[in-house]
Design a protein around this ligand. Structure first.
Ligand SMILES: Cc1cc2nc3c(=O)[nH]c(=O)nc-3n(C[C@H](O)[C@H](O)[C@H](O)COP(=O)(O)O)c2cc1C
Length: 218
């Protein structure tokens, strides 16, 4: 088994990396990391995830352009003015992944448990079934499964000395990115991970004390 100290150090030293060296990432490392990440727990072991690995710089540029265009559009809305400096910062950073040698787009598929099938068969008329369906939708297994894979992936990449950032921001250009990556309708883009060798060592982002985030029911 892995030593606690090693595991703890691996987890604690992972940082979101947003600046990358101009150095290619060996494909075999990416494949090794992705293969191990697919051992993440996932709903019904349906493994309803796909990973699009983009190393084509022009394509990464187009995805970044699409995100930037959406940022500029939203930043120009009158409602954005009240958020002042935060908007200015966001305008500078939302497309930082443009500088990454690799971007991994994570796609979520459809997951259907037996409960989902019963609820679907029950139809829209029963309010109890509707409520259960909405609760399942709020914490949907397919999204949780993709998140588990991304968690594993970021840690494994870190193990290999590679930096990455888990990004949901690019979803503002979901339609454009899905079109650029020829994503078919049964899949949904849920995250983007720029990956590369770090060109920065970000400060630790402290975590809340455990007492603030746990509650025992003994
Ligand atoms: C679901 C999710 C979405 C995120 N989206 C973005 C994003 O769009 N842009 C970004 O720069 N960082 C994004 N992050 C990274 C977080 O900002 C980062 O994990 C957090 O600030 C803690 O810093 P650390 O990862 O260095 O520990 C996201 C993280 C998660 C888990």
């Amino acid at each position: 088994m892995v030593e606690w100290e090693e595991l703890s150090t691996l987890i604690r030293t992972r940082r979101s990396i947003r600046a990358f060296q101009d150095k290619p990432v060996p494909e075999d490392l990416l494949l090794k990391a992705l293969e191990l990440a697919t051992w993440a727990p996932n709903g019904g072991n349906q493994q309803a995830w796909r990973f699009s690995i983009v190393t084509n710089g022009e394509l990464i540029g187009k995805m970044a352009d699409a995100v930037k265009a959406k940022t500029e559009m939203m930043a120009a809305w009158p409602e954005a003015q009240q958020f002042g400096d935060n908007v200015s910062r966001w305008r500078k950073t939302s497309d930082f992944f443009r500088g990454a040698p690799v971007c991994i787009a994570v796609l979520m598929g459809r997951y259907s448990s037996v409960a989902d099938q019963i609820l679907r068969a029950r139809g829209e008329t029963d309010p109890v079934a509707r409520e259960i369906r909405s609760h399942r939708e709020a914490g949907k297994s397919s999204l949780q499964s993709a998140a588990a894979a991304i968690t594993y992936l970021s840690l494994i990449l870190h193990y290999f000395g590679l930096g990455s950032t888990w990004m949901a921001g690019p979803l503002q250009a979901k339609t454009e990115i899905e079109s650029l990556l020829a994503v078919t309708p049964e899949w949904d883009l849920v995250g983007l991970l720029p990956v590369g060798y770090a060109a920065e060592s970000p400060a630790i982002r402290p975590r809340k004390p455990l007492t603030e985030v746990i509650q025992f029911f003994r």
